[in-house]
Design a binder for this molecule. Structure first.
Ligand SMILES: [Zn+2]
Length: 338
């Protein structure tokens, strides 16, 4: 950490002095005395003096200086908290809120640990099935997304409820039998429930999540059915923890490959995921071509943002990585997670 900071200081010094050199050269061209090729005997760098003078006379410049210093201070503090790791990986603190009726729905600490491990493998591109990416899609594979996950708390609550309405967010309020979020500006909350119900009280949802425009709101986070957490005891074919991988994708601003509406063939804002008319299910065989706008394209159905079975999805694209990085960047909507 110290090394990094020192490096940054050296860099900024070097650039300041380079600028200074340039201005000296400009001066020199107008000054016949130095144009003759006089060599300095002592190092002199007036960057700070020049800066001081400028900051005194220009309040807007001073405001920018102060903002930069604050940003550096925050960056340093985040490093000291271990949230931005030395290699630049952003480590997201995760809070599990498990609400169960029967004991089998009370997913074990071991299963939660498995889920965190799946997230770290999938987002770190160390998942064992990454070698299955078809050659044609390998150039657009994300590699290490440089976002990792660290479990910081697990809250548990027994409830008589057998289903939880997603539209009412019942699981996220103690007043409706749920568990309140743990500071959603700083933690990714995951609620685990026995059954997610739609607005007509119908079950069938594996999970859902909120996009970054909801960052920090009381309902921000993921909701996942207990059947789909981790691997051991999870329900096939959704038993490799990838429901959470997919929902975290939404949390980090990734739409489905076919866009945010059911119409299909809409943008997902990533240029390296081929246009798609709608979800793929099960375990499709590669290649699989589908048509959008009259053009047939090979589908990237093995992307985590499709609907295929857990064992059939194993990649993010490079553009998707960039989008997720933008969300957790220092100036991004989920910077508080850093
Ligand atoms: Zn989804």
């Amino acid at each position: 950490m110290k090394k990094l900071l020192f490096g940054a200081l050296v860099l900024s010094f070097m650039s300041a002095c380079n600028n200074d050199t340039i201005s000296n050269q400009e001066d020199a061209s107008q000054d016949p005395g130095t144009a003759s090729g006089m060599t300095a005997s002592k190092r002199a760098c007036p960057s700070d003096l020049i800066r001081e003078k400028a900051l005194k006379s220009d309040p807007a410049l001073r405001a920018r200086f102060e903002a930069n210093e604050l940003q550096s201070e925050n960056f340093l503090r985040d490093l000291s908290m271990g949230k931005v790791l030395a290699d630049g990986t952003v480590e997201i603190p995760v809070v599990f809120n498990v609400i169960y009726n029967t004991s089998s729905q009370n997913v074990s600490d071991a299963r939660i640990a498995e889920q965190i491990a799946v997230l770290n493998a999938d987002y770190g591109a160390t998942n064992s099935d990454i070698n299955k990416i078809p050659a044609a899609f390998q150039p657009s594979a994300a590699g290490n997304v440089k976002i990792s996950f660290k479990l910081v708390a697990t809250n548990r609550k027994q409830s008589t409820k057998t289903g939880w309405r997603s539209d009412l967010e019942e699981m996220k309020k103690s007043t409706t039998g749920g568990i309140n979020a743990t500071d959603p500006t700083k933690n990714m909350n995951i609620w685990v429930v026995n059954s997610i119900l739609d607005e007509d009280s119908q079950p069938g949802t594996l999970g859902y999540a909120y996009y970054p425009e909801s960052a920090g709101l009381w309902y921000d986070g993921l909701v996942i059915g207990y059947q789909y957490i981790g691997k051991t005891g999870a329900s096939a074919p959704f038993n490799l923890g990838r429901t959470v991988t997919h929902e975290v994708g939404h949390y980090l601003n990734l739409p489905h490959l076919w866009g945010s509406s059911n119409t299909g063939c809409q943008t997902d804002y990533s240029n390296d995921t081929p246009a798609s008319p709608g979800p793929n299910f099960g375990t499709p065989s590669y290649p699989l071509n589908k048509v959008c706008g009259g053009v047939s394209r090979s589908q990237m159905f093995m992307n985590y943002m499709d609907y295929v079975d857990d064992k059939a999805m194993f990649m993010f694209s490079a553009n998707q990585k960039t989008r997720m990085q933008a969300v957790v960047a220092a100036a991004g909507p989920r910077a508080g997670l850093r």
